[in-house]
Structure formats: structure tokens, C-alpha cells
Design a protein around this ligand. Structure first.
Ligand SMILES: [Zn+2]
Length: 451
């Protein structure tokens, strides 16, 4: 397919903006790019998509999300509101994830995938929990991802909170799915696997060791770290060590690990994350919502930690996450120089792409250049001021909006064209989800603690 008449944002290094260009997509990858007229002349037989002057850029990547949380939207928490983050887990997420059966897991994922296609997020790194539907849950989500045409990395979050049998089942689900992905391409190679762990505060030494022991070589652990200070205090009480030290001792952290949040880590833990080469994912909307504090992203980046951007189950509108981070760090430090938009591009574009490439080796992701994967979006943005490579990140913060995404493509296949979804039936998914949710909310009410 030849995409003509586009304003290309390459997100290459260095980034380039190329006016009136065309892109030739072949076999799922970008074959060539050049001025529109020349490319049309050189490829007269090729099926054409006229971008009509829209911006053509790599799809967004989300470094940390939870498809299982979609049914929480609009759900009332009975009794008094949760007082802090451990209380949010106890009163919201844990009774909710227990209320999901296998079909709920499927529709919760599909709802998020529709949202991702609409909002131009083409790769999602998910962290799943459904304690009453563990076995096969990653296959169910992989099926949904396959139907959607998107790209995703899946794992099951192992936890001891529901007893030994479910902890072991979560561990086995990760191993089984990692082996399935190693055996052959899942969803045409668009689904990869990580090894999920909930958080230090719900994992015993024995469980950490058991997971390390059975994790196939090269597995990437994906875990929440120090989202609230309770996680650090729990680790100190259990082991005499802070979380990063504790997880290093159990062999959990290395250059493939994804660490979500890292808000309450101390200076030495930041150094250790840098030395281990971990990916740290930042989720400012979730952190503000839970009132858990702000990760010291400036220091992490200065220490050489590869900080990425995720959404923690918020809408798959990644520019909203850019905007929130842009504002949050300024008010937190009371310094308008903090978190400039080009630093956000370094996290959300460069680091997220490098993280995703580790799971989908073989071709570059998140960039437009010959040989890169054709994961692309069209954005109908009409700037009232000049746009160039230097100020593009500020246009994204102050001008771009996900409602401007009109087309989404993954591996060279169009998933949305002229805002019309081509792979998923949005009306059917919306109707089925709304049909299923009342029963989920009823089960949630039975599971939620009364105090
Ligand atoms: Zn999370």
C-alpha cells in the first residue's frame, strides 16, 4: 500500500518532518519513503491511501496497562472512600479482579483494544489479574488482541494474596504462555509474553524464588515497585531490605525487567535500577488518581535509567499521559522548567520503542524508516503555528488530541480508516460489555470488604 500526500513525522534519530511525502508499505514493513509525486510515479500499480495532508507518524506505545480494569468505569465503591493506596487495592482492584470470569476477561480486553485503535496506540504492554479465571486467561486476551490486529505483550500478575494454589496457578500461567510464544508466533507474531509479578508486598521470598526458578531463560519480569510507601515498609519488615535490593537478591531485576511506578525508591535503589538496566514505567494519571506521590523521573533519567510512559489502565490515549506528566512535574517541583516536552518524547517515543523492540525483535518499532514495522497512525491536526522538529513535542502537548487520529495500522494492516474500525465490531463489543458489567458489579459487591 502506498500512503500518499502525508506530512511524515519519522520519530527517527534525529527526528524528521517531511512535507508532502509518501510511504510504501510492503509485507508489514515500511519499504520506502519519498516525495509523494515521485513515489506515485514509481509505484503506479500500488493500492493507494490518500492521507489528504494529514500527519503520518508511528503509532503510540504504552509501556504498562491493565486491560482487566475496564469495567471499573462508573462503578461505585460501597461504604467510605478508600483512605490510601493499599485501601484502594483492598476495596477496588482486588474485589473487582476476583469478579471477572473468562468471558469478562475477553470483553474487558476488547473494550480496551477498541479504545487503543481509536486513540492510535498500536503496542500495549499489559499486566493481567483474574484470580477466579487464571488458567488460559492469557490465551483469551491473546485471542482478543489477535482479532483486533494490535500488538501486545501479555503476562499474569503472580500474587500470594489469594493463597498458595492461586499463586502457583499464576506462576504456571506465565510459564505456559511464555513457552507458547516461544513455540511459534502467536497472533501472527504480534503477541509476546513477559512474566508478571504483582508487587513486592504480596510476594513471599518463596514465591519470588519459585518464579525465578521456573521462568524460562530470557524471560522479562514485569512488576509494580514502590507505588506506595507501604510496599517499601513491607519489604523492610519481611527482609530487612528495600524493594529493589530485595528483588535483586531474588534475581528478578535485569535489563529486560519492567518496573512500574518506582515512586518511593530511595537514591541507592535508583542507582541499582540504573546498574541493572531496568525499564521504569511512569504513569502520572494513575499516580495522581491514587494520591501516591510523584516518581522522581528527572533523577532517574539523570542516573541513566530508561524511563518509559504507561497508562496503568487509564484510557489508551497516550498524549493525555504526556500532558499530565508535563503539568504534574512542574507543579510538584514548583518549577516551570521541569519535564519539558522533548523529555517526554525521549520517554514515550524513544524509550517506549526500545522497550517494545525487545519483545518484537527483527525490525525497528516506533519509527518511520525503510525496514521498520508499519505500525502507523494518521492524525488530522491543523496547526495554527509553524511545526518543526524542534517544537513538535510542544505541539503534541498543547495541540494534538487523540480524537484527531483517523487511521490506525499495525504490521501494514489497516485497523481503522476514516475513523471506521475495520477489525473489531465496536457496537457489538460495547453492547456485550454493557450486558456483562451488571453481573460483574454484583459479584464485586459480594467480594468487597465491608469496612
Ligand atoms: Zn499497574
Amino acid at each position: 500500500m502506498l500512503i500518499t500526500n502525508a506530512r511524515l513525522i519519522t520519530w527517527d534519530q534525529p527526528n524528521q518532518i517531511l512535507e508532502d511525502h509518501a510511504l510504501l508499505v510492503k509485507n508489514g514493513t515500511i519499504d520506502a519513503l519519498g516525495p509523494s509525486a515521485e513515489m506515485v510515479q514509481a509505484n503506479p500499480e500500488e493500492e493507494t491511501l490518500d492521507a489528504g495532508g494529514q500527519w503520518l507518524m508511528p503509532g503510540n506505545i504504552c509501556a504498562h496497562t491493565h486491560f482487566y480494569g475496564a469495567f471499573a468505569r462508573g462503578m461505585a465503591i460501597p461504604g467510605r472512600p478508600p483512605r490510601d493506596f493499599p485501601d484502594v487495592l483492598r476495596k477496588l482492584w482486588w474485589p473487582l479482579d476476583k469478579s471477572l470470569n473468562s468471558e469478562d476477561v475477553r470483553y474487558s480486553a476488547l473494550v480496551c483494544l477498541v479504545d487503543a485503535i481509536r486513540h492510535g496506540t498500536t503496542t500495549l504492554i499489559d499486566h493481567h489479574a483474574s484470580p477466579n479465571a487464571i488458567d488460559g486467561s492469557l490465551d483469551t486476551i491473546a485471542d482478543a488482541v489477535d482479532r483486533s490486529g494490535l500488538r501486545a505483550v501479555l503476562c499474569y500478575e503472580v500474587t500470594d494474596r489469594d493463597g498458595e494454589a492461586k499463586s502457583a496457578a499464576g506462576r504456571d500461567e506465565n510459564v505456559r504462555f511464555i513457552e507458547r510464544c516461544a513455540d511459534g508466533p502467536v497472533a501472527g507474531g504480534r503477541v509476546a509474553a513477559a512474566f508478571g509479578l504483582h508487587a513486592s508486598l504480596t510476594l513471599s521470598d518463596g514465591t519470588l524464588d519459585a518464579c525465578r526458578k521456573v521462568a524460562p531463560a530470557g524471560s522479562a519480569f514485569h512488576i509494580h515497585i514502590a507505588e506506595h510507601e507501604a510496599d517499601e515498609y513491607d519489604s523492610l519488615q519481611k527482609s530487612g531490605l528495600r524493594i529493589v535490593d530485595r528483588l535483586l537478591e531474588h534475581g528478578i531485576l535485569d535489563e529486560r525487567s519492567i518496573v512500574a511506578h518506582a515512586i518511593h525508591v530511595d537514591g541507592r535503589e535508583m542507582e541499582l535500577l540504573a546498574e541493572a538496566g531496568c525499564w521504569v514505567s511512569h504513569q502520572p494519571r494513575s499516580n495522581m488518581n491514587n494520591g501516591v506521590g510523584v516518581a522522581d523521573v528527572d533523577s532517574l533519567l539523570r542516573m541513566g535509567v530508561r524511563v518509559c510512559l504507561g497508562n496503568d489502565g487509564f484510557s489508551n490515549a497516550m498524549w493525555e499521559e504526556w500532558k499530565t506528566a508535563y503539568l504534574l512535574h512542574k507543579v510538584w517541583h514548583r518549577d516551570p522548567r521541569r519535564m519539558p516536552a522533548d523529555k517526554l518524547a525521549e520517554m514515550a517515543v524513544v524509550n517506549n520503542a526500545a522497550l517494545a523492540e525487545g519483545f518484537f525483535p527483527g525490525a525497528p518499532l516506533g519509527t518511520i524508516r525503510p525496514g521498520a514495522r508499519a505500525d502507523l497512525i494518521l492524525v488530522d491536526y491543523h496547526p495554527t503555528t509553524p511545526v518543526h522538529e524542534g517544537n513538535l513535542p510542544w505541539h503534541i502537548v498543547f495541540g494534538f488530541h487523540e480524537s484527531m487520529v483517523t487511521a490506525t495500522m499495525v504490521d501494514g494492516r489497516l485497523l481503522m480508516r476514516n475513523r471506521e474500525l475495520l477489525t473489531l465490531d465496536e457496537a457489538e463489543i460495547t453492547a456485550k460489555a454493557r450486558e456483562r458489567v451488571p453481573a460483574v458489579w454484583e459479584r464485586y459487591k459480594e467480594n468487597v470488604p465491608s469496612d
